[in-house]
Write a protein that binds this ligand. Structure first.
Ligand SMILES: [Zn+2]
Length: 519
């Protein structure tokens, strides 16, 4: 059954190429790597974590690039490689160099290009290399040259170095956190690129770049609540003005220690005065509300969160175990919180308050759980293999309630009942963001008293389920108490770290040269 599908896919690829030979469709490459990686975590990210897609497989990453989609027909698309990893520790130099080399080899093969869509997150850390996305794009320019119009889309938690800004022509990022507009943003980046190519307008003449000396965690900057909501609401009307191509505010990424880690505003367009004035307006608006950013939910120590949870008349009560949040870049195997939970007397009895804990990765423990089988007894330690700075591996002695194979991230998941706690152990690190992540393991989070998840702000489905929620300032590679991280290389002064002594910063436009022009 596979053959006809493959034939159809390759036909569509070849057919679009044939059409391109008879019509003046622009030749557009697609490339990019996406990850946010913490330099405060001992974890390392290897190449397989990126689940790289090659050639025509890349189209599957974008619903707006499906074979019948209007955008698909407007260019001769030449996708190289697009890879996206779960957040994690710094990427090894070997993994980075291998993915860059594969990208450059592919780009070389199909050059020249009228355009390129560069799809990145912007918060990749690579061992021994500053500003990887800036390095990556510079090396792409060295291969494809400067005639190509490059449109870059990013996560608003990415970082924009001047080098990255210089080598790209169109630049944008998400306008929502949680990132409900991720695909819309990517589509906008591609649409703007096509528009500039088809109209002959080419590279926008003006790129205003303003560094804003603010570094905040995502859990304080959701666009669902103020001041993030009103701040980001200003972006679209500015971007939609004539003379402006796009406008964007980057919150930046707080868990990497590089000079580029800070907020940035960028506006691109053809009207110099409007571009500059709009960028300065957004930068000032951001600076003016800096003191109003607060955690999106009540936040305290784990102990205080547990006290409130136990007193809560409504359930399920959620606690975000924030310090090791895998979707921010935590190793995911910090055992500090589960160790504290299992030491509490109320969870020691099987008939105690129902607690669900998600999650601890440990492949050896998973082997033991599989050997014991569902309903069997298992006894072993789990976690703290990668990040053991805060607590040793946790002893789990209990009954295996379920074993599920096949998750893309976790690969194998097991639920172990320890006292009144249902502890999820995974073969590999996995975030638990959806109700189905729990129910397919046989768990009933809506009926639980307490659900503790390694997460920051609750993702929409969990948020809709909670009848009480606090965020715990637990330790880990993405500690939300930024003062505990010990930055050495970010630029200072930086809000809020140096709030007491900061003067009003220079928030005037820095003009970034058009790509390829001398500085
Ligand atoms: Zn993000």
């Amino acid at each position: 059954m596979k053959q006809p599908i493959l034939t159809l896919v390759s036909c569509l690829f070849v057919c679009s190429n044939l059409i391109a030979q008879t019509a003046p469709l622009p030749r557009i490459a697609i490339a990019g790597l996406g990850i946010e990686s913490s330099t405060f975590s001992p974890a390392r990210t290897e190449e397989p974590a990126f689940h790289a897609r090659y050639g025509p497989e890349v189209f599957n990453a974008y619903p707006f690039m499906m074979p019948m989609a209007p955008l698909r027909k407007q260019a001769m698309w030449l996708p190289a490689i697009v890879g996206k990893s779960l957040p994690g520790g710094a990427v090894t130099r070997e993994a980075y160099e291998s993915l860059v080399k594969k990208t450059l080899d592919s780009l070389r093969k199909y050059a020249p290009y009228d355009g390129m869509y560069f799809d990145i997150h912007g918060a990749m850390s690579v061992v021994g290399l500053d500003d990887p996305e800036g390095d990556f794009l510079q090396r792409i320019r060295d291969v494809i040259g400067y005639k190509t119009l490059i449109s870059t889309s990013m996560d608003l938690h990415g970082n924009v170095s001047q080098r990255l800004a210089r080598n790209t022509d169109l630049m944008t990022c998400y306008r929502m956190a949680p990132h409900e507009d991720a695909m819309q943003t990517k589509e906008r980046a591609v649409t703007n690129l096509l528009e500039r190519l088809k109209s002959g307008k080419g590279k926008p003449a003006y790129k205003a770049w303003i560094p804003v000396p603010i570094l905040l965690p995502g859990e304080k900057t959701s666009t669902r609540i103020e001041p993030g909501k009103s701040l980001y609401a200003q972006v679209a009307p500015i971007a939609d003005q004539p003379g402006i191509v796009d406008a964007a505010i980057w919150i930046g990424y707080a868990w990497a220690d590089e000079p580029r880690n800070h907020a940035v505003v960028m506006v691109t367009g053809d009207d110099k005065a409007k571009v500059s004035q709009s960028a300065e307006q957004l930068a000032k608006a951001f600076w003016d509300v800096r003191n109003q950013f607060a955690f999106v939910a009540p936040t305290s120590t784990l102990e205080a969160c547990l006290t409130n949870a136990m007193k809560s008349p409504t359930h399920p009560y959620f606690i975000s175990d924030m310090g090791d949040n895998p979707t921010a870049g935590g190793a995911g195997d910090v055992t500090w919180t589960i160790t504290q939970l299992l030491a509490r007397p109320e969870f020691k009895q099987a008939n105690g308050p129902a607690l669900i804990y998600a999650s601890i990765p440990d492949s050896l423990f998973i082997k033991k759980a599989i050997a014991a089988g569902v309903g069997g007894k298992v006894d072993g330690t789990a976690g703290a293999i990668v990040d053991h700075r805060f607590a040793p591996p946790v002893r789990l002695t209990g009954t295996v309630e379920s074993i599920v194979h096949g998750d893309r991230d976790a690969e194998v998941e097991a639920v172990v009942k320890v006292g009144s706690a249902h502890v999820i152990v995974t073969k590999k690190r996995k975030p638990y963001h959806r109700e189905a992540d729990f129910t397919r393991l046989g768990l009933k989070p809506r009926e639980a008293g307490l659900v503790v998840v390694k997460i920051g702000y609750l993702e929409p489905e969990l948020y809709a389920m909670q009848k009480g929620w606090m965020m715990a300032l637990t330790p880990g590679g993405v500690d939300q108490d930024l003062t505990r991280l010990g930055y050495k290389r970010i630029q200072r002064p930086m809000f809020p770290l140096d709030a007491a002594t900061m003067k009003t910063p220079d928030l005037s436009t820095r003009w970034i040269p058009v790509s390829g022009d001398a500085k």
